[in-house]
Design a protein around this ligand. Structure first.
Ligand code: ZN
Length: 70
């Protein structure tokens, strides 16, 4: 018997946030710079991580801008 596993998922975590000048275009509240971490899992085993930065709004959850590290 052969078991195939095609279960791939991604989880996105906010590691830390800092206040930043500017406000959300949707709700007009304060935007924040967030250090994000995306991990890709294959059959529940993390195989790949990526760090990135984004300007997000913690009030409505909007992602206003994303940056790549480097
Ligand atoms: Zn907002």
């Amino acid at each position: 018997m052969v078991v195939f596993c095609f279960l791939v998922d991604q989880t996105r975590k906010i590691r830390q946030t800092r206040p930043v000048a500017g406000s959300c275009s949707r709700c007009k509240r304060g935007a924040k710079v967030a250090d994000m971490l995306t991990s890709t899992r294959f059959c529940y085993i993390p195989i790949y991580w990526r760090s990135w930065k984004a300007i997000i709004c913690t009030s409505c959850g909007a992602t206003l801008k994303t940056y790549r590290y480097k």
